[in-house]
Ligand binder design. Structure first.
Ligand code: NAP
Length: 296
């Protein structure tokens, strides 16, 4: 028999890649929530959720979706959080836990915390797992397995609420760690946000080439470009919101990167073979470490 569910009623505000993966896991395991209510921006998405049968109920109005829920998980793009939190705030049940999956944490705290009424717990979180696909069809039950979920509790966070959010993610297969929101945003700027920025930029650079070179980019993509295009296939709204909501940390990492890229350019210009070889060797080492940690 499965353990008792962590929550009686889980309301998912957004059922794309991340929200629909949580819904699928909740449905498959039975020990996450007794009832799952799904909300999205459009009726089309909710109709698809009903066809897929991954929620007990769908609600197009977020206020109706959160009514009576003991856990509300924001799974929409982070730029939508402020308006969503303002809308649902007055409709949250006493004792409810509001959590989220947003890729930025300081902006989420800034946008959501002011709308959380007394007696409701706000526990920000970020599952560090994803793919380049989006929408309710893209979710799957093993998305979070062996991946980290980072929780960034506020200083006065209720320990029982943190423990319940931790249990939810552990039952989703994740390894859970708590950290400071500023630390989270800096780490994500280098491991996720900057790589996406580089991928979007390099695809744009290639696309701006004159006709013949652009054709070659597509024909010979297997030589490295292809790996950038996978990342660059990600959802434009989600990534627009991430860049705009982690501005300081992203700009800092981009400035560091630009300096290092200039140093590499200098080595190429002056034929500094040792410098180039050393950089390539460091890249290989990082890849090997990832493989050893089972994160590749
Ligand atoms: P997604 O597949 O594009 O799904 C977004 C969902 O949010 C859709 O159901 C969408 O509804 C809904 N939505 C959009 N605007 C809304 C609004 N104003 N009110 C209510 N619902 C709204 O996105 P995702 O990849 O699951 O990302 C969701 C969150 O997870 C983001 O905050 C992102 O930063 C975070 N995250 C993403 C990844 C990743 O790799 N993708 C990884 C970790 C965390 P419609 O379909 O009706 O438009």
């Amino acid at each position: 028999l499965p353990d008792a569910p962590v929550f009686n009623r889980l309301a998912l505000i957004g059922v794309g890649l991340i929200g629909s993966s949580v819904a699928r896991i909740a449905q498959a395991r039975g020990d996450i929530a007794g009832e799952v209510v799904a909300n999205a921006r459009t009726e089309d998405t909710l109709a698809r959720v009903r066809e897929l049968g991954i929620a007990h109920r769908t609600e197009i109005d977020p206020r109706a979706a959160v009514a009576g829920a003991d856990c509300v998980m924001l799974c929409a793009p982070v730029g939508a959080y402020a308006a969503l939190a303002e809308a649902i705030g007055p409709h949250l049940a006493a004792g409810c836990i509001v959590t989220d999956v947003g890729s930025t944490k300081q902006s989420v705290i800034r946008d959501v915390a002011p709308h959380i009424p007394a007696g409701v717990h706000f526990i920000p979180a970020h599952p560090v797992a994803g793919t380049e696909y989006s929408g309710p069809d893209s979710g799957f039950t093993t998305l979070f397995e062996g991946r980290y979920t980072l929780i960034t509790p506020l200083p006065d966070a209720d320990t029982d609420a943190v423990a319940r959010v931790t249990t939810l993610w552990q039952r989703c297969g994740a390894m859970v760690e708590c950290m400071d929101p500023a630390h989270h945003d800096r780490s994500m700027a280098i491991v996720s946000h900057l790589p996406h920025l580089l991928a979007f930029t390099i695809c744009g650079t290639a696309d701006d080439l004159e006709d013949e070179s652009r054709r070659d980019v597509l024909r010979y993509a297997a030589s490295g470009f292809r790996d950038f295009t996978r990342i660059a296939a990600s959802d434009p709204v989600m990534w627009r919101d991430v860049f705009l909501n982690n501005r300081e940390a992203l700009l800092e990492m981009l400035a560091r990167f630009t300096e290092d890229a200039q140093a590499m350019a200098r080595a190429v210009r002056w034929g500094d073979a040792a410098y180039i070889e050393d950089k390539v060797e460091r890249g290989r080492k990082i890849r090997r470490s990832l493989l050893e940690l089972n994160q590749a």
